[in-house]
Design a binder for this molecule. Sequence first.
Ligand code: G
Ligand code: G
Ligand code: MN
Ligand code: NA
Length: 258
Amino acid sequence: TEIVKHLRNSMGSDQFSIHYQPIVNLETGMIDKAESLLRWTHPELGYISPDEFIPIAEDIGLICELGDWVFRQSASQVKSWQEKFKENFQLSINISPKQFQNESCDLQEWTDFLSQKALSNKAVSLEITEGVMMNEGPMTEQRLGMLKLAGIEISLDDFGTGYSSLAYLKKLNVDYLKIDRTFIQNIHINHDDQAMCEAIVVMAHKLNIKVIAEGVENEAQLNFLKSVGCDYAQGYWFSKPVTSDDFELLLSENEAQL
Ligand code: G
Ligand code: G
Ligand code: MN
Ligand code: NA
């Protein structure tokens, strides 16, 4: 298709950028983290969603290159924000299951890059989906082990939407669990969603896992999440994903509130 051709030709160009969405600590109200979200704007095709081009990049063998770029860009960015704002600031990076499982994608380069930059432990968290857990095998375990050893944290993204096995949570030593926004949508009005969310928080905490609620869009949702002890929240209520410059403004304002 059109996109396939353009994607190949656009690799390495400035058509790609990363937007950042704040992740707020519900105890302190501080922006402790952000999620890196890849953006592609093509001069002819216009804006194309990662939902559309990531699967294509996976199919045509470009996902390693794209994923490497997002990682390096994010690691450089987090370094700068740690120096300028807070030393524990963390960026959360989405990693495609295909990239995770493809042995020719070299994840060792990532940990090398972190040490080159003298980045502290936990500067980066990788968001993996249940798809990665599903294909559990020596590769998955070995790679997760290697990343954890390098001080990289692991977030289980879109929790609740896939074929989650609770056993993986403990076995694969996940640090954060991100409750999918479909469970958050009606949390201020729907008792079943409330019960599920509260149970997830209790379970996660017993396993020493922190919980991030995604897709928080109003104050009622936020208040419920606070009431059940959810650790972090992310969503349009705080901010949509924004450019690096705009994100710095958010960090400055957030700091000034103290
Ligand atoms: O930001 P937005 O809602 O458009 O993202 C749509 C989807 O694309 C989300 O599922 C998100 O996880 C995914 N996505 C965004 N950026 C990246 C990226 O850098 N790598 C991968 N693998 N997925 C991404
Ligand atoms: O699959 P993943 O969780 O990585 O997807 C992140 C996507 O969710 C991003 O594309 C982002 O734009 C989108 N998103 C972030 N906050 C909200 C929100 O409050 N509401 C909705 N509908 N989407 C959101
Ligand atoms: Mn994500
Ligand atoms: Na999600």
